[in-house]
Design a protein around this ligand. Structure first.
Ligand SMILES: Cc1cc2nc3c(=O)[nH]c(=O)nc-3n(C[C@H](O)[C@H](O)[C@H](O)COP(=O)(O)OP(=O)(O)OC[C@H]3O[C@@H](n4cnc5c(N)ncnc54)[C@H](O)[C@@H]3O)c2cc1C
Length: 433
């Protein structure tokens, strides 16, 4: 069977691997010159690493199984990491129970309420009821004002900017559920993982396996039109060429689907796609010295333009990064924010002002290079009743399928859920039975 897959991100590549293993002849179309989508890599000069920061949690069982299946089990690396918090121009470690108990900005009652929120949140199963309450109201109710203002609000600002006020409690619930599982309860330390060589290793390996099975992966090819073929199957059009497939699976965003799909192939309920998207600007700093001892520092400081510091080199071995330190400085914002349109130089200038406020001792000589990466549309903003706003994409043709992250209504955006969706699709696809 000939299957066309549109999108060479994690979803499209996991699908390509699974389907070519089943004996199908797969062709992946990816519009960018390199594979990976949001999980792609970047050549920083002295080394190649992920464009945005990615980690694997011990509970990412679908993703870990996938990595094992493609023969990269021995490339998985795990390590303990620390979490920090920057409040009132001070850095605090909040990496274990003792540090939480000592954490000066929180009162004793605040600490107890925080522990209760984490435990209670991680046990909630009925997430639908959390869609009706804002994350701010829910956290104030469960954690109290002290914990909210000192801990949760900075974290919400770090992850969502000012948009957090419109977001439902499902956001923090899925965050707690995912992160709670990262803590090794016997050690009370956070264990995080990565693949040696970063996600490039994963994409290179998938490409090798898929091509060895006789399938094809094409980069730099944008699919412009998808239409039903009069005698069955689907036409895929790109650069003036038309190719025929028995089945086609689209893995890109819904707004792209709407632009390229023939009207009679899908029914997008609700008509217009009214969901708002979050984007991200991320400065990646390569330095000779470490900046922080933490994997992640959450911060909400009006003077500083970024909302987190991710000390990747506190997890990833320095051998991976030519002995240099890699630190990510993200700022999440709504996708039509004018900041996303600023030039790299303008953004670098802004981020450097914040960098010098937070790290006054940093010298020009310490910095090897500073890259600005950005994603215009990363993830929908999970506003109140989000699951009811998401357009249901119903395919109207037996040979056309849509599988994408807009369908994640009760989860954070992560590659474990991506692989889980692929696993379920392959298990249930009628044409594979
Ligand atoms: C800042 C940041 C941090 C993250 N951290 C983590 C983390 O720590 N752990 C984790 O598991 N996940 C993390 N993620 C999420 C992870 O990157 C996503 O889960 C994943 O990229 C989603 O993959 P996808 O294939 O569904 O979508 P995408 O990556 O968006 O891929 C879709 C692909 O389709 C292509 N495409 C679209 N339209 C067309 C067309 N017409 N023709 C051809 N190609 C087309 C696009 O170019 C793109 O490559 C993070 C993401 C970001 C942005």
């Amino acid at each position: 069977m000939k299957i066309g897959i549109i999108g060479g991100g994690m979803m499209g590549l996991a699908l390509a691997h699974r389907l070519s293993l089943q004996g199908s002849m797969v062709t992946v179309f990816e519009s960018n010159q390199q594979l990976g989508g949001l999980t792609t890599y970047h050549d920083y000069g002295p080394f190649v690493w992920d464009r945005f920061y990615h980690v694997i949690l011990p509970s990412d069982t679908h993703l870990i199984n996938f990595i094992k299946e493609i023969g990269l089990e021995d490339q998985l690396r795990w390590g303990p990491t620390l979490t920090g918090c920057y409040i009132d121009q001070q850095l605090y470690s909040i990496s274990n129970t003792m540090e939480f108990l000592r954490f000066p900005p929180l009162t004793l009652i605040g600490k107890l309420r925080l522990a209760f929120t984490l435990l209670y949140g991680s046990r909630i199963e009925n997430w639908q009821r959390l869609e009706k309450i804002t994350v701010e109201d829910w956290l104030l109710k469960i954690s109290g004002r002290n914990t909210y203002e000192k801990l949760w609000q900075p974290l919400l600002l770090a992850k969502l900017g000012e948009n957090y006020k419109r977001v439902s409690a499902v956001f923090i619930w899925s965050y707690i559920k995912r992160l709670f599982s990262a803590r090794d309860s016997s050690l009370h330390k956070e264990q995080l993982g990565y693949v040696a060589g970063g996600y490039k290793t994963v994409f290179d390996q998938v490409k090798k396996l898929v091509c060895a099975a006789g399938s094809d992966i094409r980069t730099g090819v944008t699919v412009e039109h998808i239409a039903p073929h009069p005698s069955g199957g689907i036409w895929v059009e790109h650069g003036g060429a038309k190719e025929h497939f028995d089945k086609v699976i689209f893995t890109g965003p819904v707004n792209v689907l709407q632009q390229i799909v023939a009207k009679d192939l899908v029914n997008i309920a609700g008509g217009s796609f009214s969901v708002e998207y979050m984007g991200v600007i991320c400065m990646v700093l390569i330095t000779r010295k470490p900046l922080v001892p933490y994997y992640i520092v959450n911060l909400a400081d009006q003077r500083i333009p970024f909302t987190g510091v991710i000390g990747m080199s506190n997890l990833v071995s320095l051998q991976e990064t030519a002995g240099l330190h890699i630190t990510y400085f993200p700022k999440y914002l709504i996708s039509d924010d004018p900041l996303l349109q600023e030039t790299d130089d303008e953004l670098r200038k802004r981020f450097f002002q914040g960098l010098h406020l937070m790290f006054p001792d940093i010298k020009a000589d310490d910095i090897v290079v500073a890259h600005i990466n950005r994603a215009m549309k990363m993830q929908p903003l999970q506003v109140l009743n989000y699951s009811k706003l998401v357009p249901t994409v119903v395919t109207e043709h037996d040979d056309f399928f849509v599988l994408n992250t807009a369908q994640f209504v009760n989860n954070t955006l992560n590659n474990n859920t991506v692989v889980q969706h692929v696993d379920e699709f392959v298990k249930n696809a009628p044409f594979l039975k």
